[in-house]
Design a protein around this ligand. Sequence first.
Ligand code: AVI
Length: 320
Amino acid sequence: SDSEGIRLVDLDEGGVDRAFRSDVLSGLSQPQKAIPARWFYDERGSQLFEDITRVPEYYPTRAETEILRGKGDEFARLIGAGRAVVEFGSGSSVKTPLLLSAIAPGAYVPLDISGEFLRAAAADLSAKFPGLPVHPVEADFTKRVELPGAVANLPKLGFFPGSTIGNMVPRTAVDLLREMRVTLGDGALLLIGMDLVKDKTVLEAAYDDAAGVTAAFNLNLLTRINRELDAAIPVEAFQHEARWVDTYARIEMHLVAQQEVNFTVSGEQFAMKAGETIHTENSHKFVRRSANTLLLAGHWTPVEHWTDAEERFSLVLARA
Ligand code: AVI
């Protein structure tokens, strides 16, 4: 599916998220069933994702944090002081303080669709960096965002860690990068996390950990559909699968029906044969050239690539 962007919540009379229902119903009606990955992140899904970042096989979070810890001097040299750091999706991570303490920013602007996350992240950062102006903005960052007037005269640094860009197909990723370019304005820089292509067994293990946390994350989508969309999908009839698809340089996550299954969602009937799948996520991986090509198509010029010692993950600095 291409409808991967996040949107503000629009509930119907029954309190059901209209976008969720329409994405699920249309996604299950396609020949290859598919549901956009953004629907993973209900409360339980967000918690499971936090847990994923700590399983031994899931290297991206640790690798990116290693880069942020180790390359502070180079960030300071190439980014300089006084920029307004605009973070796309204000995570509750340790990553942001590492960047902010390396570069002495002029302001911090966390953007998030969830006001709750946003306020928590803003309060956390204000406490860690007394004196740093923090201007949280509740916004859908896949669209053009109006930045607060208070940072209008500061040069910007966009920060988009985690390789979330990899969860989008290239055409969606390019649209987002172009919107970021407009949001951040002339003279801006962008520091973006991009996970790298590597051995297929390492990649597949990262998305199918032995403890089964990623499997639970994937299967939780069905539990959420059952709860929120008046559905009766037999969750135990599905199995998690992570497969490397070399043509697209991406890990795909699927939910595989183990037997013939019939179920309803919001009154609509669906049937799946044994072995048929619901495609739930893409996670694209990059090499230096493909990262550069994506950024250039998104109206950004690559300046520098940093990787962790094992060259598993990259942080790329680009200029407007
Ligand atoms: C959020 N995103 C960058 C994660 C990834 O690696 O694609 C989501 C995830 N899916 C399974 N494990 C982690």
